[in-house]
Design a protein around this ligand. Sequence first.
Ligand code: MRU
Length: 363
Amino acid sequence: MNDQTQAPQGLSPYVSVRWQGDTLGQLELLDQTILPDRVEMVPIRSVQEAHEAIVALRVRGAPAIGIAAAYAVVTGMQSLVSRRASIGESLEHAKSLCDYLATSRPTAVNLFWALDRMRRIIDRNSNLASALELSNQLLREARQIHDEDRRMCHAIGEYGASLFEHGSGILTHCNTGGLATSEFGTALAAILTAHYQGKEIEVYADETRPLLQGARLTMWELQQHSVPSTLICDSMAAQVMREGKIQYVIVGADRITARGDTANKIGTYGLAVLAKHHGIPFFVAAPSSTFDLSILDGADIPIEQRKPEEITLAFGKRTAPENVSVYNPAFDVTPAELISAIVTEVGIIHPVDEQHVRGIVRR
Ligand code: MRU
């Protein structure tokens, strides 16, 4: 056992999203495109800047996108508050902000979940007198979404950590830590909680091509928390499993259907197949806001297609000849039958099927 049992219930040493001040305050994001070189909070001064930040992955990870979008609605209302626009105009404008932000990324359902909550505030408050009063309500809701996510992360951490035996190797993919959420994370929260409980674990992080969220972000977060960890290329996972170094795989999710099919970062499905072949439990960790109970079949989850340059001009360096044909889906779908359990803030779903999903996630 290590001696680091004091650290967490506390806060993450960094935050991905924060709101400074009151309704006329400012949204700030930790710019994840420049990590691990620089740790910089960037101000978001307009809803267009927020949209760009989500598309460019300055803020990324399903829960963090939802939180940032909720605050961005408040940012987009500020000019109306300043010029004391009528409540009628303010309500219409607030709705159009939600519609616009919903066009930023298609797969992570937390974005639509958070914007639906903001829309409900707009619909419920047509009796208010001013843009300021409406914006105050919207900021309250955004803060609420943010606070709930903090609590969800900690609960997922506790449930998830209970799955890991002392002395295990744990493989994870993409980034699911404090950077991808309000703080602490989902799959990474399970790992960090186990670490701070004193369980001896070794984390293997896939680098996560093409944008290296595992190498740049997960390895950085694991370092901040002093968790023993090793970086591997995505293509090494099978070999590392075969060598007996991995006892569990745990990943996050961008959207989970009512029967448990799970969209997550491209490469996740392949890992699940490999885990099955090697007899290794494959866990997903996600808050209930990541479930889309209106969909049963994972084939109905919209998969984001991203620019070819992410593969041919990786981080500004030419990595393939010009004019090659490229296919760049950002996510894949792991069928429920390959998932051993899904860890949520309200309990662990096992076995993963419609009955057990609906038994735990009640919305
Ligand atoms: O394209 P990204 O970096 O936003 O993809 C993120 C993931 O796939 C994460 O695993 C998922 O959002 C869960 S974050 C807690």
